[in-house]
Every structure is written in C-alpha cells, then in structure tokens.
Design a protein around this ligand. Sequence first.
Ligand code: COA
Length: 162
Amino acid sequence: MARAETLNFRHLDVTRARSDDLDTSFQTAVGLSQQQVAYATASLYCRVARLEGQVIGAYSMREPYPAESLFADGSTDPAALAAFHLQWVGVRTDFRRRGLGGWLVGHAIGVAETKGAQCLDVSFAEQGDHVAVAGALFVALGFVQREAAAGQLGFRYQLIPE
Ligand SMILES: CC(C)(COP(=O)(O)OP(=O)(O)OC[C@H]1O[C@@H](n2cnc3c(N)ncnc32)[C@H](O)[C@@H]1OP(=O)(O)O)[C@@H](O)C(=O)NCCC(=O)NCCS
C-alpha cells in the first residue's frame, strides 16, 4: 500500500477506551481476539483515537508484571521492572499508511515515559501478513529487534540509555 496524505492529528480525539469502543468491525479490521479486547478495555493504558466520532486506531499497553522482573535467585531485575509492553497497536484498514500507527506508538511511548518506564517492548507472532508491515513500522520508529519468546518477534524502544 502506497503512503497517502498524512492525517491531521489535531482533529483526533484520544481517550481511554470504553468497553464499546473496540467493536466487532474494529476487531476484525485490526485482527484482535475477544481476549485482547477484554484485556485492553480493562487496562489503564489502552487509548483509542477517534475522528469525527469513529474509532480509527488504538493501542493497548501494560506495565511489567512483578514476576517478569524476578531472577532465579529471587532478586529483582530493575531493568525488567521498568519495561512497559505495547500489547498491540492497530489502525482501521481505510486509515492506514497516513501516519496514524506511528503517531499512536509515539503516544504510547510518551505515556510510558510519564509512568517511569525505561523502555517499551513489543512482540508479535513471527508468521503472518502483519510481520513485514509491523517490523517496518517499529524499525522506522527507532525500535531495535531483540530476543523474544519462541514463535515471536520482539522489538524494544529504549527511553533511557542502559
Ligand atoms: C501496523 C499498523 C498499525 C500500521 O499503521 P499505519 O497507520 O498504516 O502506519 P503508519 O502510516 O504510521 O506507517 C509508519 C511506518 O510503518 C511502515 N509501514 C506502514 N505500513 C506499511 C506498508 N503497508 N508497507 C511497508 N511499510 C509500512 C513505514 O515505514 C511507515 O512509514 P512511511 O509511511 O513514512 O514509509 C497497521 O498496519 C495495522 O493496524 N495492522 C494490523 C495490526 C498489526 O499488525 N499491528 C502491529 C503488531 S502489534
């Protein structure tokens, strides 16, 4: 898909998600499961972008789970404790390639920073139609590829140098 004219972001209304914001048509366009939607709308860090009342893009992010920051000896890894996770970002099909995906990830980075994050991690299935586009998006924004769980591709945006 060729790049189209960039959206005017001043016209966007960005809020926390209400339960009916991520409706079936949005879920289908972005490829979200029911479980992802349920988790996102319960999350403190799910944001939706509306244009003239219609949700055209959204993301969901979470804080680190305490268990993720435990070393085998029971001590805490401060770096893992400060890693936020972007669970997904999605833009409605007819609004893609107009800068919104990158703008939403930038918004997530800003929110994570205000909450004390040192980095923002993202991972997604390493197989599927989304891989080339998602990889290009995160690399273009300055994320660096890193190790991830089996079957996943992982990227990290470092907010504070290690
Ligand atoms: C990934 C996604 C959020 C991108 O949203 P978008 O609004 O189209 O992204 P942007 O317009 O901000 O593009 C930012 C950069 O990403 C890359 N990119 C985006 N779409 C691309 C495409 N179709 N082909 C190649 N590169 C692409 C480009 O580097 C682009 O910068 P450029 O336009 O200056 O070349 C959108 O395609 C989507 O919702 N996909 C389904 C869900 C998904 O895969 N999410 C990511 C994994 S969690």
